[in-house]
Every structure is written in structure tokens, then in C-alpha cells.
Design a protein around this ligand. Structure first.
Ligand code: UDX
Length: 437
């Protein structure tokens, strides 16, 4: 198929490359010239495992091209909207400026029979409103909403082999036509038996935000239990293992620690609450306020614990921060708990030396006052305390004895519960973690 992907960020760039890999002819469009130049040169503008290889392969086939000009979309059949829906400044609601601008501009160039497919995470009701906009510009065009569930760090895998497909479709013949187009786009995944839920716009929009709200709730649930563990001397990691054996509960997304961040979960639960309020259903989602609060409390707890392992004062202490990205295998620092904690430590008087395998350039832009070191040993050298905030593989594999040779004080905070407390304590470290004795 001939398809465009409008918005080439974490979601769109991966989607464009994967669609080309699957055999479609793809045009990626973005307003950011630098991003488009990088992608056109086969370079990924952010870190995502597997994406550089995929871009190289797809570009070599000639099936993947990029442009900053929406007019170039005119002779394509299907158009994916993959622009961002960030949180509005000073409000919980989602900022739909980019989605609205993309669809409005695209609508001017749609050819008869084209299908616009929304992928961005939007408040329920958006698709129906945008469908009217599309119809007004091109009556024979259709709009579908096809939410995306990819995880950063696994984005290529999740796009090529999604665990489900959801289509939000208009009623009548328009819906049949839009579904045919989507089925053709996803021939490979459907052929592999990927489950498909074909439904209306509102359900499709709500599937996405509900999934993220559930995941956020699961993480905050275990982090709330971690607070109780801290008050009693219990161990939340063993507790999570034990409850996770119940298949109704499941062990995944029960890792207690610094909590969730990133460009999706935090802003999506806030936008969901805001939208429910507009719909008069705010009571239904007040629990998400608590989910958010538990999550943010973990960050201050990490700062307090760092102060504790430094004998009650951060002032003038050198703290090595391991990890800045919101999760491993990503350079994304949007709402990153790690970066937030690093900033708070510095603000409260510590001298922060921070490192991360991929996120330093992004982190430096946001917190230029922190000191950054590329190498882990250099960041750790002479530290009074080491705090592990993003569980990159190389930090999980740190050797307590060798690390002990580098530091000034053997104090460590395991903000992600990934180290072996016994091994660190045996090597003479003062070890603290969230939700563990
Ligand atoms: C999430 C959803 O998983 C994905 O389906 C959706 O499309 C976008 O949002 P992503 O933001 O890439 O994906 O990250 P995810 O792997 O879900 O992790 C989110 C945050 O939760 C990270 O900060 C992670 O460190 C944290 N987390 C995750 C925990 O604290 N504990 C866990 O057990 C799991």
C-alpha cells in the first residue's frame, strides 16, 4: 500500500520504518527539518534498539522516504497520524494542537477515497470530531482510530508483532472501507493470528487510555504496598513474586521502585481524568489521582533515603546517579523519575555526578546544572553515595567489590530493586532500597 506517517517521533518513525519493512511504500512527514534530514540519511533521531538497522534496510529498498511538505501526501491512500499529544502546560488535559494541525493540513490534500488513521493517544471524542473535519474537506475519505500500544525499547518488535490490533471505525459503508484498508496494511500481523478488535471510535480511544491507566495503577499498587513494607520491615520484591504466582494477578508490571515516567503513562492518566471531568464522570477516575500521587511520592522517598544513607545530610556530598532515562534501553527523559530525583538531590545541596548510557544529551538540555560523565566508573569515582535510578543492564551487573574500590563512601540506594542486597552488604556497603528492609 502507499501510506504516509505524519509525525516522526518515537511512535511515527518506528511505524514508518516497520511499514516499509512489511512491503508498503511509505512517506514519513514531520515539520521538524532536522528530524527529517536525519531520517532521510538513515539515522534514527533518538535511541531505539533495532531502529537504525531497520531504517538502513528500509531505505535501501527505496520504499521509505521522508518529507516536510504535507502536499507530498496527496497521492497516498492511507495516512497515519502519529503526532504527539503532550500534557497542556499547567493543566491535566491533553494538548491536541498537533493532532488538530496535522489533520487539518492533511485534509486539504486528501484524494478521493483516502483513509486517515489516527494512532496518537487522544481524549475520547476526538476521532468523531476529526472525522467531520475530514469529511468536510473530502467527502469520500474516511477516518479510523487505530491506537498504538508500543513500548519504548521494544518499539520495533511491538510494531512488527503487536499483541492485538484495535480499529475504531465509522458505521456503514465507510467503516467497511476503512476496515479493508487497515486489514491490507496489517496483512502480515493478521496472517500471524494477531487478535483484532473492530469497534467504534469511542471504544477504540478508551481502550488505549484504559490500558495505560491499568498499567499505571498496577505499578502504583505495588509501590503503595512498598510504602507499607517500609513501615513494617517486609520485602516488597518477595511479596510481588508471591502474589504474582497467582495468574489472575501476574508478576509483570509489579516491579516496585521509583515508579513510572515517560511520555505516556503520566500524561495519559492525567488527560483521562481531565476528560472524565468534562464528561461528568470525574468520580469514576478519582482513584487515578491517588495513582499519580503514590507515583510521585516514590521520588521524594528516594531523595530521603539518599539523605539517610549519607548520615542525614546531602549538603556538599558527592552523589553518583546511575541512570537518567525514564526506563532502560531508551534515551527518553520525558517525565523521567530518575532525572527528577537527580535534580532534587542537586537542589538539596548534593553534588550530583550523573551518567546514563544514552540519555546524557537529552538530560543535559533539561538540567544543565548537573555534572555528566559518560563512563560509569568516572561517575562513581570518589562518590559518597551511589544511587541506581534506571535499571540499565550494566548497572544491574555492577560488582559490589570493584565498585567499592572506586568510591569514598560505600552507600548505595537501589531505586529499582535490581541489586542483590546480601551481596552488597557482604562487601561492606550500606544498602537501601524502596520497599525493602
Ligand atoms: C507505555 C505502555 O507500556 C505502552 O503500551 C504504551 O503504548 C505507552 O506507554 P512506555 O512508556 O514505553 O510504554 O514504558 P513502559 O515499559 O510501560 O514503562 C513505563 C514506566 O513504568 C517506566 O518508567 C518504567 O520504569 C515503569 N515501570 C514499569 C515500573 O516502575 N514498574 C514496572 O513493573 C514496570
Amino acid at each position: 500500500m502507499r501510506i504516509t506517517v505524519i509525525g516522526c517521533g518515537y511512535l511515527g518513525a518506528v511505524h514508518a520504518a516497520c511499514m516499509a519493512q512489511l512491503g508498503h511504500e511509505v512517506l514519513g512527514i514531520d515539520v521538524d527539518q532536522a528530524k527529517i534530514d536525519a531520517l532521510a540519511a538513515g539515522q534514527a533521531p533518538f535511541y531505539e534498539p533495532g531502529l537504525p538497522e531497520l531504517l538502513a534496510e528500509a531505505s535501501a529498498t527505496g520504499r521509505l522516504r521522508f518529507s516536510t511538505d504535507m502536499a507530498d501526501a496527496a497521492d497516498y491512500d492511507a495516512h497515519f497520524i502519529a503526532v504527539g499529544t503532550p500534557q497542556k502546560k499547567g493543566e491535566n488535559a491533553a494538548d491536541l494542537r498537533f493532532v488538530d494541525a496535522a489533520v487539518t493540513e492533511l485534509a486539504r490534500h486528501l484524494k478521493p477515497g483516502a483513509v486517515v488513521i489516527g494512532k496518537s493517544t487522544v481524549p475520547v471524542g476526538t476521532a468523531r470530531r476529526l472525522a467531520e473535519l475530514v469529511k468536510a474537506a473530502q467527502p469520500s475519505a474516511e477516518l479510523a482510530w487505530n491506537p498504538e500500544f508500543l513500548r519504548e525499547g521494544f518499539a520495533v518488535e511491538d510494531t512488527l508483532r503487536p499483541d492485538r490490533l484495535v480499529y475504531g471505525l465509522p458505521t456503514g459503508d465507510g467503516g467497511i472501507k476503512a476496515k479493508q484498508t487497515l486489514d491490507e496494511v496489517y496483512t502480515v500481523a493478521l496472517g500471524n493470528g494477531t487478535p483484532l478488535v473492530a469497534t467504534d471510535y469511542e471504544t477504540a480511544e478508551l481502550v488505549k487510555v484504559s490500558a495505560n491507566a491499568f498499567l499505571a495503577t498496577k505499578i502504583s499498587f505495588i509501590n503503595a504496598i512498598a510504602e507499607v513494607c517500609e513501615a513494617t520491615g517486609a520485602d516488597v520484591t518477595q511479596l510481588a513474586d508471591a502474589i504474582g504466582f497467582d495468574t489472575r494477578i501476574g508478576r509483570r508490571f509489579l516491579n516496585a521502585g521509583l515508579g513510572f515516567g515517560g511520555g505516556c503513562l503520566p500524561k495519559d492518566i492525567r488527560a483521562f481524568m481531565a476528560r472524565a471531568g468534562e464528561l461528568g464522570a470525574d468520580q469514576a477516575l478519582t482513584f487515578l489521582r491517588e495513582v499519580d500521587a503514590i507515583n510521585l511520592r516514590r521520588r521524594s522517598r528516594a531523595v530521603d533515603l539518599t539523605r539517610e544513607i549519607l548520615d542525614g545530610s546531602l549538603a556538599g556530598k558527592r552523589v553518583a546517579v546511575l541512570g537518567l532515562a525514564f526506563k532502560p534501553d531508551s534515551d527518553d527523559i520525558r517525565d523521567s523519575p530518575a532525572l527528577d530525583v537527580a535534580g532534587q538531590l542537586q537542589m538539596q545541596g548534593a553534588e550530583v555526578i550523573a551518567t546514563d548510557p544514552k540519555a546524557i544529551p537529552n538530560a543535559r538540555r533539561q538540567y544543565p546544572e548537573l555534572t555528566f560523565m559518560e563512563s560509569t566508573p568516572a561517575a562513581i569515582a570518589g562518590a559518597d553515595a551511589v544511587v541506581l535510578l534506571t535499571e540499565w543492564k550494566e548497572y544491574r551487573a555492577l560488582d559490589p567489590a570493584a565498585t567499592g574500590e572506586l568510591v569514598r563512601g560505600k552507600a548505595i540506594l537501589d531505586g529499582r530493586n535490581v541489586l542483590d542486597p546480601a551481596a552488597w552488604r557482604a562487601a561492606g556497603w550500606r544498602y537501601r532500597a524502596l520497599g525493602r528492609p
